[in-house]
Write a protein of this length. Structure first.
Lengths: 186, 128
């Protein structure tokens, strides 16, 4: 299939959350392609905005970042990027947040405190977001209102239950994000 | 949902024996060419008669983007080359007129109701 370059658009959404919360599983379940990784050299000490990557005496570490693709129509492709939540990746955030429609923050209700640094980055980069509360097997169900309260979220911010292993549930969280983005235009 | 025919095990270019600066001919990325991860790349039509011989890595990219549009991130993922290297190779290919690069939707589009509707509709269709 040849797609005319003038007709195809790409948009992106970030999937963010603390380490081990299920971002990779989430992307694997909604993506039409096997989740791919891009490698990025990240300076261990993220000092200012200088490009230290070509300075050989600086310690750099390669970070692999997952992403997936969803073809929404003949003219529209959505890319979903899993973004590490640590402060030292803030340069990656800077690029990824540029032009992103918004972010889906995945939280583990058992470890809500780990979500705060990520939430901080989301807000700092001005991303509109929805929160997906992952339900792990055996985990006691956690009332969504308590998550909202614990994270001190704005009343309008969507908080949805989201089983990252289930495609339908995972898609619902993205739908909640897009509906939220549209409601902000009203 | 996996896309079996999209997977190309042939594209496997990383080797400890070949430093990355060799792949890029020692070139760095021109500062005005900051290809974003979601910029879409496609091969120009009628590039069969190419003016110059391509490096294997460049050829691999050309094969990937022939007859379709792929995001910069996806090219990096499929070639297993770091994003920075792919950007440099793309700038060389674009300079040679071999590929077209389409910039991703600008930020203002998150306020574009029509675009958001299209995204929403697409997501609902997939989930249906």
């Amino acid at each position: 299939m040849y797609l005319d370059a003038d007709d195809v658009r790409s948009v992106k959404v970030l999937v963010v959350g603390p380490f081990g919360v299920g971002k990779t599983t989430y992307i694997g379940n909604i993506s039409e392609i096997e989740p791919l990784q891009t490698e990025e050299e990240i300076t261990e000490a993220s000092v200012g905005y200088d490009d230290l990557s070509r300075t050989p005496d600086k310690t750099t570490t390669t970070v692999a970042m997952d992403f997936g693709r969803l073809t929404l129509s003949d003219e529209l492709v959505l890319y979903v990027f899993g973004t590490p939540g640590q402060e030292r990746f803030k340069e990656m955030w800077e690029e990824l947040s540029r032009g992103a429609l918004g972010a889906l923050l995945i939280v583990d209700p058992q470890r809500l405190d780990e979500s705060f640094p990520v939430l901080d980055l989301v807000e700092r980069f001005g991303l509109t977001y929805a929160v997906g509360v992952n339900h792990f097997e055996g985990a006691t169900t956690y009332p969504l209102d308590e998550v909202r309260e614990a994270l001190n979220l704005h009343p309008d911010t969507p908080v949805v239950a989201c089983d990252v292993r289930d495609q339908k549930s995972a898609l619902q969280a993205l739908i909640a994000l897009v509906q939220h983005l549209m409601s902000l235009l009203d | 949902m996996s896309d079996a025919h999209d997977h190309d095990p042939e594209v496997e270019l990383t080797s400890a024996l070949v430093p990355f600066f060799v792949i890029t001919n020692g070139r760095a990325l021109p500062p005005d060419q900051q290809y974003e991860r979601t910029a879409l790349v496609t091969a120009h039509q009628d590039t069969a008669a190419m003016a110059r011989t391509l490096a294997p890595e460049e050829q691999a990219i050309m094969d990937l983007v022939a007859n379709r549009m792929l995001a910069v991130a996806e090219i990096a993922g499929r070639t297993h080359l770091p994003l920075g290297i792919v950007r440099i190779l793309l700038s060389q290919l674009e300079e040679s007129g071999l590929v077209l690069v389409r910039k991703p939707a600008p930020r203002a589009d998150s306020k574009d109701r029509e675009l958001l509707s299209a995204v929403l509709e697409g997501l609902k269709n997939i989930g249906a």
